[in-house]
Write a protein that binds this ligand. Structure first.
Ligand SMILES: Cc1ncc(COP(=O)(O)O)c(C=O)c1O
Length: 390
């Protein structure tokens, strides 16, 4: 049996979700049709909206269903930027960080390249923690030029958890909207959108045991965004296109199950990750735990292994039946050191040896045993092979 320790890339669909999803897929009906089939599909969609809103502490009218995290980040960032710049043309600064996911970074740099945005990078320390004193100082002198702030709640590579509340407290003094990519946070930490002070928040189905291609942007009721897609005016005009009732229902159920099992699961997962951290540090004594002592998820463990190439370790682990990752799956196909670790001040050589081990609801003691059985020889071989020549 192969061992899957790459839950941060995508999490296996939960059996209850699969059952309800496949059943819902067999039903016909466009939620915008007035006949009974349409109304049944509408009821499924609205029940999903209500349920998801409850799970993330939002109002049902604040949920905009999308195809996932990338689309939600794009809608929030471009939508907020266009809205804010239309209100005041000097407001073109987007504050973000080099450690953000590409789903957020790329639309921001697209706005810089094509629409006159100015990107200002918030410094992060070597653990990946945002420098909020810097943000405080920057806003004190330049707040009137800021269109929006986009900072993720939990980093998908290192698992570091941001102090979102302090960020929104600072931004609210100047009325600046804050978007957060909460894709890696949902189902891992408690999320209360209403209390967070966020303007918008991106979430995705396949990271919580729902189907790939489902997700949502939570948009505060008083927040205005310009739509990316124009058409039938679905989702309060923010996301036109026939709604996917089955996908929305499956996503809402997965989010509920993941969030409800947080407390029950956290002790079990903490014990598994504690064992992994202690054993890896013993096997590879020069390994560096990337987020250090910063607050982070039990389920996402990122290490750098000096003198080793992550690609060699992944290949050797895979041959031993254990699947882990070098960082973000969205860029893993490209053989480059993680931009997140580089953003945290690691050298290219250090970032080349970064491995991410991510656990989830299916992870067992046996999975951890299998990883720890394979790892000593994998690490020794990778160390012997050294870094790829440049
Ligand atoms: C933090 C983060 N944001 C956004 C995304 C993109 O989400 P999706 O795959 O649903 O487009 C991912 C997926 O890797 C992610 O980890």
């Amino acid at each position: 049996m192969r061992i899957y320790l790459d839950h941060a890339a995508t999490t296996p669909i939960r059996p209850e979700v699969l059952a309800s999803y496949t059943q819902a897929l067999s039903a016909v009906g466009n939620p915008s049709s007035v006949h009974q089939f349409g109304q049944d599909a509408r009821n499924t969609l609205e029940a999903a909206r209500e349920s998801l809103a409850g799970t993330v502490g939002a109002n049902r009218s604040e949920i905009v269903f999308t195809s996932g995290g990338t689309e939600s980040d794009n809608l929030a960032i471009k939508g907020l930027f266009w809205q804010r710049i239309a209100e005041a043309s000097n407001r073109n600064v987007i504050i973000t960080a080099a450690t953000e996911h590409h789903g957020a970074l790329d639309p921001i740099y697209w706005l810089a390249d094509h629409q006159g945005a100015e990107v200002v990078l918030l410094p992060v320390d070597h653990r990946g923690v945002f420098d909020l004193a810097w943000l405080d100082n920057y806003l004190a002198t330049s707040a009137d030029r800021v269109a929006l702030i986009s900072l993720m709640w939990v980093n998908n590579e290192t698992g570091v958890i941001a102090d979102i509340q302090s960020i929104t407290d600072l931004a609210s003094r100047y009325g600046i909207p804050v978007h957060s990519d909460a894709v890696a946070a949902l189902g891992h930490i408690e999320i209360d959108f209403a209390a967070s002070g966020l303007a918008t928040m991106a979430i995705s189905g396949h990271k919580v045991g729902g189907p790939v291609g489902s997700g949502a942007l939570v948009v505060g009721r008083s927040v205005k965004i310009t739509s990316l897609v124009h058409g039938g005016g679905q989702e309060r005009g923010m996301r036109s296109g026939t709604m996917d009732s089955a996908g929305a229902q499956a996503f809402a159920l997965a989010a509920k199950l993941a969030s409800h099992s947080l407390l029950d699961e956290s002790a079990r997962l903490a014990s598994l990750s504690g064992r992994l951290i202690a054993s890896i540090s013993k096997i590879a004594q020069d390994a560096v735990f990337s987020r250090g002592d910063a607050p982070g998820l039990e389920t996402t463990l990122n290490f750098t292994f000096p003198g080793c190439s992550a690609d060699s370790m992944i290949f050797l682990l895979d041959a031993a039946g254990v699947s882990v990752s070098a960082g973000s799956a969205c860029t893993a196909g490209v053989n480059r050191p993680s931009h997140v670790l580089l953003g945290m001040g690691r050298t290219e050589d250090e970032a080349t040896g970064a491995l991410r081990i991510s656990l989830g609801y299916t992870t067992t003691e046996t999975d951890v045993d299998r990883f720890l059985d394979a790892f000593p020889s994998v690490h020794a071989s990778a160390k012997k092979a050294g870094l790829p020549s440049k």
